[in-house]
Design a protein around this ligand. Sequence first.
Ligand SMILES: [Zn+2]
Length: 181
Amino acid sequence: MTTTSGSSAGACDVAYVLDAVGFFAGYQLTAPQKTYSVPEVINEVKDPESRKSLRLGISAGKVIIKDPSPESITKIKELAAELGELGRLSEADIKLLALTKEVGKACREVIVVSDDRSVQNVALALGAKAQGIKRRELRKARKYVYVCPSCGRVFSEPGTCPVCGAKLVRVRYSKALKNHD
Ligand SMILES: [Zn+2]
């Protein structure tokens, strides 16, 4: 009859957080509700057609460009390290995920549009959904570790084995334990 009693003016139902590929796919115009991104990702949108549709999205109030707080960035780095993804994320990726975390506080559902599997993985671990454009997205968060193919030691970040100098191989954590594939 009247409005619901919810008081939060910032509350939303579904929000999209866009990696550059999301802008190329035109989500800033077609998404049913607001889309979010960080300045670093916006700067990756360079071709004239995508810039034009980005400007349209901004002037229509459908694109919100925000910098996440340093606290959110730190939390994302911790989570990414836990998942074995930290070495695979750019600064722009980390900021986009930190923004995802912040948007998630106000929105019932957050969908991160990205073809980057590491971005998708951290997004899923945050409780967001992942949407791929050119390739199918991950459905569940995964934990990765880095194994030395020579001595079998296990590390949480990519690089070379400090003991034998071999290049570390990335494997799913569950598979590392079972020692196959
Ligand atoms: Zn080794």
